[in-house]
Design a binder for this molecule. Structure first.
Ligand SMILES: NC(=O)c1ccc[n+]([C@@H]2O[C@H](COP(=O)([O-])OP(=O)(O)OC[C@H]3O[C@@H](n4cnc5c(N)ncnc54)[C@H](O)[C@@H]3O)[C@@H](O)[C@H]2O)c1
Length: 447
């Protein structure tokens, strides 16, 4: 199949490279010239494990190329994917569909022969109808089928998610699209990944329902964690105790500083707006959003408490900035609110992240960056783990203790065992481990 991928960001680039790897011929298109120039030079503009090798192999094999010009590749394509951004619209939280509609207009001007136009971007229910209307208005004679095919990949594990998906959801209104989409995904289909055909509207809503449910699940365990701290219970054991129940499942039950990232915050908000517009409010999700929003600053208060109630003038070292490990994505990362709240309290923030510092510099002000955890820990009164990168899982506590002003660790991801940290003489604060949420250091004599 000949595929044109409009938008070469996290989703477009990964999907394009994977489709090329399946054997299709793919052109990835983006308006951002710097991005396309970098890709042409063999540089990957984002951090995603394994993507550099996958792109290089498929470019070399002649199946993957990059351009800023939409017209040529779209006119030759059997299938055109729209994978542009759908951020929250400023002011009201609806999904901003201007990029999707602009792409639809441009595609309409370029298609030749029967073409399947697929929305891979996360879009509110009914967007496919509007994309089709726009295209038919612009080119009444164009022979198109507009399809919904939401993407479920996770940043940081995007390639394996794309190649071994739990399911592929395809929403169609024109039967001719079924054959083309089956062909596009044939290698996965052969691997028995379920290919679920639905109507277009159902497919669009499946994506929002999935993200809203996962956001709700995280928020649920975060509230249980808060209760654990009050009543002296351990949230990690509760996660295990309920996660082993097949009806609940163990995933997305890790208590932490609240969900962030480029999807959950904007998608939950957009779903709530759609639901309100349709006079069918989703109170569970409205509440999920409210709880999560307040949680991030509450995490800053946890840090303040660990420092004895006052952070003014104190140096705080923050480990991890991205919304999760193995990505450079800083969009809506909890670190942003936590750092800003600590700065509001007068703290001086020093931060380190393996991949997120470049993006962070554009989003946060008055933060000093270091080259390693030990670099930023020098003279700090507390070390705060915000993102659980693997390299933070085996910190050298003796080295940290020797260079920090005070041995205080606030672990917002429950990376460590409280007893272990206390053994090294640190005061330790974590999430939802009631009996040990704030563990005093073990005295030298007791060690
Ligand atoms: N990032 C994820 O983990 C993820 C997962 C599933 C679904 N999604 C959804 O996929 C969509 C894309 O997300 P992303 O994270 O890849 O966004 P992104 O911001 O990384 O990439 C979008 C790209 O589209 C380009 N673009 C915008 N308008 C264009 C146009 N008219 N022509 C060509 N290029 C254009 C932008 O320059 C940008 O490079 C969103 O709807 C998102 O909700 C994202």
């Amino acid at each position: 199949m000949k595929i044109a991928m409009i938008g070469s960001g996290y989703v477009g680039l990964v999907s394009g490279a994977c489709f090329a790897d399946f054997g299709h011929t793919v052109v990835c298109i983006d308006k951002a010239e710097a991005k396309i120039e970098a890709l042409k030079r063999g540089e990957i503009p984002i951090f995603e494990p394994g993507l550099d090798a996958l792109v290089a192999e498929n470019v070399k094999a002649g199946r993957l190329s990059f351009t800023t010009e939409l017209k040529g590749p779209v006119s030759e394509a059997d299938v055109v994917f729209i994978a542009v951004g759908t951020p929250s619209r400023r002011g009201d939280g609806h999904a901003d569909l201007s990029y999707v509609y602009a792409a639809a207009r441009e595609i309409a001007g370029a298609v030749r022969g029967f073409t399947v136009v697929v929305t891979k971007s996360t879009v509110p229910v009914g967007t496919g109808d509007e994309v089709e209307r726009i295209m038919r208005e612009a080119r009444p004679e164009a022979d198109i089928a507009v399809v919904s095919n939401p993407e479920f990949l996770r940043e940081g594990a995007a390639i394996s998610d794309f190649k071994r998906p739990d399911r592929i959801v395809v929403g169609i209104e024109d039967e001719r699209a079924r054959e083309a989409m089956t062909e596009v995904y044939r290698p996965l289909y052969l691997n028995q990944s379920p290919l679920l055909f639905t109507t277009r509207r159902t497919s669009e809503l499946i994506k929002y329902a999935a993200n809203a449910f996962l956001a709700m699940k995280i928020t649920f365990i975060n509230e249980i964690a808060d209760l654990c701290e009050k009543v002296g219970a351990d949230v990690q054991q509760i996660s295990r105790g309920i996660g082993l129940d097949g009806r609940i499942g163990a995933k997305f039950l890790h208590a932490g500083p609240g969900y962030g990232g480029s999807c959950f915050p904007k998608d939950t908000l957009a779903l709530v707006k759609t639901a309100q517009d349709n006079d069918s409010p989703m109170r569970l999700i409205e509440t999920t959003i409210a709880i999560n929003d307040t949680r991030k600053r509450a995490m800053a208060r946890k840090v303040v408490a660990a420092l004895g109630g006052e952070v003014r003038g104190k140096k705080i070292a923050v480990l991890g900035l991205t919304f999760k490990p193995e990505t450079d994505d800083m969009r809506d990362a909890p670190s942003i609110s936590i750092i800003q709240a600590l700065q509001d309290g007068g703290a001086r923030i020093f931060a380190y992240d393996p991949e997120g510092m470049a993006a962070s510099k554009a989003m946060l002000s008055d933060v000093a960056y270091g080259a390693s955890p030990y670099d930023i820990a020098e003279g700090a009164e507390a070390l705060v783990i915000v993102t659980e990168w693997n390299q933070f899982r085996a910190l050298d506590f003796q080295r940290l203790k020797a260079c920090m002003a005070k041995p205080v660790l606030v672990d917002l991801r429950n990376v460590y065992k409280p007893e272990e940290v206390a053994r090294h003489g640190f005061a330790y604060s974590s999430i939802g481990r009631g009996t040990c949420a704030m563990v005093a250091p073990v005295s030298e004599a007791a060690q």
